[in-house]
Design a protein. Structure first.
Ligand code: AVI
Length: 344
């Protein structure tokens, strides 16, 4: 493990500049803040798979193929989340923008290619765009596109896994006059346990300071059949997305999972208010995971994702507990999805 000072030096050394071809037209800066604990992360992944109740952290879904499959999921008729949130955003954009601070830093959490932020930048005209993502290629694309379309907005990006903490305090402080607006759409917070979500919201609250705010999209509790269909679409795109995580594991852990030996399973647990995704073994077989082996009985499963659903009051309470004093909420007419604006 690196010591703190060595770690900071390594981060500075890993500063990535845009390619020569783009440097003349677009100026942006990308910092690498991936934690230096990759071996521990991989050990955690392996131990999860060797545990009696096997599990994989959902962050491993998003390799290049997984990210493309997730985009396809968003276009499926059953997966209402993306289009419902987009509709709330477009219906209420001017009102939401009215409540945001002027001259802000727009901080796009899990920005992907930055497409969700673009309509906001048009109206908010922030002082700075700061994209955060675990995937450097997607982040670079976001900065290219936003930098090209909005040359007056300062553009920067951070490659990081912010699932435990936002590693950007120092970067935010570079612009003390620009209040941070944290933008976290897509109900991604739902993929964390309640305890993790609470810790993350507290970390967001710290970053927001006294003048910033958090704009977050949250999927709401609803009829189990609608939820179940959203996570088990007729085209089988979610099933392919779920199975693809085994290919990611094969690469990372030198394992030999055969995705064809597992069936996608999605179930809404009403009591826990979450969709649970699993991969169920359809044959008895053994899988090599590095130097270890794991047997799977027929029907034995690997937990791959929780997707928590909230009530408006429950999420409001969570925000309050995390230290956000003021909250505004917009939902669609059916009350399927909520957009919360939380401030100190
Ligand atoms: C990224 N996240 C909010 C998605 C969700 O709905 O929980 C991931 C997903 N899993 C299956 N379908 C979509």
């Amino acid at each position: 493990m690196l010591q703190e000072s060595e770690w900071a030096a390594a981060q500075r050394a890993q500063r990535v500049m845009p390619s020569a071809a783009s440097r003349d037209e677009i100026r942006y800066r990308i910092l690498n803040r991936m934690r230096a604990d990759e071996p521990e992360e991989l050990l955690r992944l392996k131990n999860g798979l060797l545990a009696r109740r096997a599990r994989i952290d959902p962050k491993y879904f998003y390799d290049t193929a997984g990210s493309a499959l997730f985009s396809d999921i968003c276009a499926q008729p059953e997966y209402y989340l993306t289009r419902t949130e987009a509709r709330i955003f477009s219906d209420h954009r001017s009102e939401i923008v009215w409540h945001l601070p002027r001259g802000a830093q727009w901080i796009d959490l899990g920005c992907g290619d930055g497409a969700k932020s673009q309509p906001w930048i048009v109206t908010v005209r922030p002082r700075r765009y700061l994209g955060l993502d675990i995937a450097p290629e997607a982040l670079e694309r976001a900065l290219q596109q936003i930098g090209t379309r909005f040359p007056a907005v300062e553009c920067a990006g951070v490659v990081c896994d912010f699932s435990r903490l936002l590693p950007i305090e120092d970067i935010v402080r570079e612009r003390p006059a620009a209040p941070p607006v944290l933008f976290y759409p897509g109900s991604s917070l739902g993929n964390f346990s309640t305890a993790q979500a609470f810790a993350l919201l507290k970390s967001f609250r710290k970053t927001v300071g006294s003048r910033g705010c958090l704009l977050i999209g949250v999927d709401l509790v609803k009829d189990a059949r609608i939820l179940q269909a959203a996570y088990d679409d007729a085209q089988g795109v979610t099933a392919a997305f779920n199975r693809n995580v085994l290919r990611v594991v094969n690469r990372l852990l030198d394992a030999d999972f055969d995705p064809r030996k597992f069936r996608h399973h999605a179930h809404y647990d009403k009591r826990a208010a979450r969709v649970e995704m699993r991969l169920r073994s359809i044959v008895e077989h053994r899988v090599r995971i590095g130097s270890d082996e794991r047997p799977f009985r027929v029907g034995e499963s690997i937990l791959t994702e929780y997707s928590h659903k909230y009530t408006v009051s429950g999420f409001g309470q969570l925000l309050r507990n995390a230290g956000f004093a003021r909250r505004r909420i917009w939902t669609d007419a059916a009350g399927w999805f909520g957009v919360f604006l939380a401030s100190p």
